[in-house]
Design a protein around this ligand. Structure first.
Ligand SMILES: [Fe+2]
Length: 277
């Protein structure tokens, strides 16, 4: 078994990995299992200035699972999505929603398991990425809350997240948003591993069977407790940094930065294997 030298970043989430270089990333056959195990414990792994090529990252990530194909987007390769606000990027209008706490892919049939993000061009100020554990958020609930929330279900929509950016949407925007999938998930995810986490984030529209305002207040309160003081792992990017996180047990967001200045991130995503239940 391969071992990793790690330094914990916060009490609840995140670890810095110091002893992986691009050679080890590609050649160490035991590294994928070691990374998967560390992700289960720490949620987020930071590989500072790894400076790995997309080719090397894709070769490694394929060993973690099936990579999602982004070939409908304008990437360098089908398995790497470029995240930038460059006007030539046709998805730029949707990336603004990345600044709200979210779980990737909650509107997909199965949410992705692992996300891998690499900084290619960093912003001069801001643009940090923050993470908070939704496993810890569940563990911190009172026994009464755990009982109360056990059967709650939450509807997630594209409109819910887009409205956070576009407060006065055009009819065309509303029409386009309505074409996107709507998903209903339990508030509490009972993972195959036996662990439980909260399913939260900007896509959450309302709680099924609950007054909309009351449901929203509960979701906002849980988000704030999940991401409160001492709960957030914040990564300030240097070019070449790679961060890998367990998308099923965390919420994340990007901090403010100047969208008119260059900032380029490359993301690969490992498909999930279990439905939220
Ligand atoms: Fe994201």
């Amino acid at each position: 078994m391969s071992t990793l030298t790690m330094e914990e970043l916060t009490e609840t989430t995140g670890a810095l990995v110091r002893d992986v270089d691009t050679e080890r990333l590609v050649d160490d056959v035991h590294l994928p299992d070691a990374v998967a195990e560390a992700l289960e414990t720490f949620g987020v792994l930071v590989f500072p200035e790894l400076n790995a090529s997309n080719d090397a990252l894709v070769r490694f990530c394929r060993k973690l699972g099936t990579l999602i194909d982004f070939s409908h987007l304008p990437p360098e390769t089908a398995e790497v999505m470029e995240i930038s606000f460059d006007p030539s990027n046709p998805n730029a209008e949707y990336f603004a929603s990345n600044s709200f706490w979210h779980i990737d892919g909650l509107l997909d049939e199965i949410a992705p398991k692992t996300s891998i993000l690499t900084a290619r061009v960093t912003s001069e100020t801001g643009g940090e990425t923050e993470f908070a554990s939704t496993y810890d958020a569940y563990d911190q609930l009172s026994d009464m809350e755990k009982e109360l929330f056990a059967n709650l279900r939450v509807v997630h929509t594209f409109e819910a997240v887009q409205r956070l950016t576009y407060h006065d949407p055009t009819p065309e925007q509303l029409e386009e948003w309505a074409t996107r999938a709507v998903r209903e998930h339990p508030l509490v995810w009972e993972h195959d591993s036996g662990r439980r986490s909260l399913v939260l984030g900007a896509t959450a529209s309302h709680i099924v069977g609950m007054d909309v305002a009351k449901g929203r207040a509960l979701l906002d309160d849980l988000r704030d407790r999940t991401t409160g003081p001492g709960k957030v792992c914040r990564h300030s990017w240097n070019e070449g940094d790679t961060v890998i996180w367990d998308n099923t047990g965390l919420v994340h967001r990007v901090c403010d930065f100047d969208h008119t200045r260059p900032r380029v991130m490359h993301r690969s995503t490992v498909a999930g294997q279990e439905k939220i239940k």
